[in-house]
Every structure is written in structure tokens, then in C-alpha cells.
Design a protein around this ligand. Structure first.
Ligand code: NAD
Length: 324
């Protein structure tokens, strides 16, 4: 296939965890991929292997500012946004801007190019949920002025703006509500439970559990998440769809499992729970199942083993300094 015949897709947040895996997937599907990222939480090492390819381009750019792309565009995946609490608490205004102004810029770009756009929303739109599991019909329980409000409300605004562009301009839009996803290329110092626990275990440190560890989480392996996003983009469904793994476990159980799978002998220590930390998170995935014929395929053990192998493959200095 000639380059000009390939489908052209813009992926924002391309140097991040999910964005880089999405770049890999769309390259594997023979798309022409245009990556964009301002590297505020991303890392070019995640996409360095793509730079030599003729069907990959990369632009270092802040999408909260005007975004221009030359030539045709068929699809846009808007994944640029700080995603871990440690990041969005450090850069709350940039987080609000990329969810609002950034989304507006990309919706405008999609409209001008006649492209279909999929935006990355989050299970955080459900806040600290009062029902479990959370289906797409649940409106959520978010504290707008709490510390996490900057992320949750940016994403809620993003969804509202995306629906408005669909309703007013007839734009082809998709909204994925991503639940906790993990795998290779997560950052050792991003504050999320899994990379933190794995890094601590591999360094022979104690594992730090917040609260009493009875809060639950469900973790989706990255290849399952990417498959769900891929199917949703190519589907004709406009309203939000949850993609996540409903296999729920307590944070303490996760810590114990990681100690076992790494073969280390770390102890678990307990620290105060952060403000507004959700007590429970579990996706209802009936919609994804029915509309996209999607269910997670990678077991937690397999996913954790692959993730541990990735962190073990990093240079010892990176593991020690949490610099990857
Ligand atoms: P990440 O921090 O690894 O990646 C985000 C990327 O966006 C980074 O490379 C960062 O540099 C880039 N970015 C941030 N602001 C930008 C801006 N203004 N302009 C250009 N680039 C910018 O995070 P991730 O885990 O890969 O998350 C990607 C997306 O998925 C985010 O929108 C996030 O809200 C969403 N999401 C992720 C999860 C998860 O479990 N990983 C869960 C729910 C939602």
C-alpha cells in the first residue's frame, strides 16, 4: 500500500504510557501515525523505535495551544493529559487546560478535517462511586473542589464538549471511559499502585499501602485496553463506553501478589489514605461486551508477570533512581 493511501491518524499523548502502545497498534495495522506530545509526563524512549519508520511522524507540541496538521486526517485519538494523581496534583492547571482547551482544539481540528475523534475519558468521572460496579448510566459522585477535581472535572467537561460537537456539528465522536490500566512503559515514579509496588519489591524495599489496604481496584492489562479502544474507534457507538477489567481485588491483595510474583521478601507498611481516594472501582463492561464483542483476555497473573519482566529489563540505575 502506498503511504498516501494509508489511513492517517493523529495520536495526542503519543509519548505516554497508553499513547505509545496505541502508536504501536496503529502502525501494526498499517496506518500512517502522527504522534504529538509536549513531554510533560511522557518520555520519547517509549516511541524511539518508531522514529525510523516512514509511516510515523512526531511533533513536540502542547495541544492546549492551537493545533495544526498538514494534509488529510481520518482519525484523532486524544490521549494527552496527565493521568496519575501525582502528576495532576503537581500540574493542576495544565491538566484542566488539556482536558478543556486541548479537547476543544482537537474537536475543531477533527471538524475541519472531517475526521472521527475518540477522546480518552476515565473512570474518575464516577468519582467515589456510590454504586458498584459502575455502568455508563451512573452519573458519578465527584467533589469538584477536592484535589482530584482538576482531573475529574476536566474529563467531565471533555465528555460534555465532545457530545456538543457531535450534536451541533454532526462530528463523528467516540468516548472511552478507561479504568485503571497497567503494563510495560508505566513510570516507576508515577505514584500509581502497581509500578510503585513492583519498583519497591524489585529494590528490596517495603511496599507502601495507603489506608488499611481494603479499598478495591480492578486492573486492565494494556493490550486488552488497546484492543477495546481500537474496536470502539471503528464502531458506530457515540455514547461513552467503559473499558476495564472487572476482576476486583483489594490493594493489600495486589501488594501480596506482587511480593509473591517477584519472589522477593518485602514487608507491607501502611500510610494515611490520600484525600478523596475512591474506596471502590469496578467497571460494568456489558456495553463493551455487547457492542464491541470485547472482554479482557490477559489474566492478572500473566499481565503482572509481563509487567514485572519489563521493569526487571530496565537498567539497574533506572530502577534505583526511579528514572523510567
Ligand atoms: P501518561 O502520563 O503516560 O501519558 C499522557 C501523555 O500526554 C504524556 O506523554 C504527556 O507528556 C502528554 N501530555 C500531557 N499534556 C499534554 C499537552 N498539553 N499537550 C501535549 N501532550 C500532553 O498517561 P497515560 O496513563 O498514558 O494516560 C493517557 C490518557 O488516558 C490520559 O488522557 C488519561 O487521562 C487517560 N486514562 C488513563 C488511565 C490509565 O490507567 N493509564 C485511566 C484512565 C484514563
Amino acid at each position: 500500500m502506498k503511504t498516501q493511501e494509508k489511513k492517517r491518524i493523529l495520536i495526542t499523548g503519543a509519548a505516554g504510557f497508553l499513547g505509545s502502545h496505541l502508536c504501536d497498534r496503529f502502525i501494526a495495522e498499517s496506518y500512517h501515525v502522527i504522534g504529538m506530545d509536549n513531554l510533560i509526563t511522557g518520555d520519547l524512549r517509549h516511541i524511539a523505535h518508531l522514529f525510523k519508520l516512514p509511516n510515523f511522524e512526531f511533533y513536540q507540541h502542547d495541544v492546549s495551544k492551537f493545533v495544526h496538521i498538514q494534509g488529510r486526517l481520518d482519525y484523532i485519538l486524544h490521549f494527552a493529559s496527565p493521568a496519575s494523581p501525582i502528576d495532576y496534583l503537581r500540574i493542576p492547571i495544565q491538566t484542566l487546560k488539556v482536558g478543556s482547551l486541548g479537547t476543544h482544539n482537537l474537536l475543531g481540528l477533527a471538524k475541519s478535517k472531517g475526521a472521527r475523534i475518540l477522546v480518552a475519558s476515565t473512570s474518575e468521572v464516577y468519582g467515589d462511586p456510590l454504586i458498584s460496579p459502575q455502568s455508563e448510566e451512573y452519573w458519578g459522585n465527584v467533589n469538584p473542589v477536592g484535589p482530584r477535581g482538576v482531573y475529574d472535572e476536566a474529563k467531565r467537561f471533555q465528555e460534555a464538549m465532545t457530545m456538543a460537537y457531535h450534536n451541533i456539528h454532526g462530528l463523528e465522536t467516540r468516548i472511552v471511559r478507561i479504568f485503571n490500566t497497567y503494563g510495560p512503559r508505566m513510570r516507576l515514579n508515577d505514584g500509581r499502585a502497581l509500578p510503585t509496588f513492583i519498583g519497591q519489591a524489585l529494590r528490596g524495599e517495603d511496599l507502601t499501602v495507603f489506608g488499611d489496604g481494603t479499598q478495591t481496584r480492578s486492573f486492565c492489562y494494556v493490550s486488552d485496553q488497546v484492543e477495546g479502544i481500537y474496536r470502539l474507534l471503528l464502531s458506530d457507538y457515540v455514547l461513552p463506553v467503559n473499558i476495564g477489567n472487572p476482576d476486583e481485588m483489594t490493594v493489600e491483595e495486589v501488594a501480596k501478589e506482587i511480593i509473591e510474583l517477584t519472589g522477593r521478601h518485602s514487608a507491607i507498611v501502611y500510610r494515611d489514605l490520600p484525600i478523596d481516594d475512591p474506596k471502590q472501582r469496578r467497571p460494568d463492561i456489558q456495553k463493551a461486551n455487547k457492542l464491541l464483542q470485547w472482554t479482557p483476555q490477559v489474566s492478572r497473573k500473566e499481565g503482572l508477570l509481563r509487567t514485572i519482566a519489563y521493569f526487571e529489563s530496565l537498567p539497574a540505575s533506572a530502577l534505583k533512581q526511579k528514572d523510567f
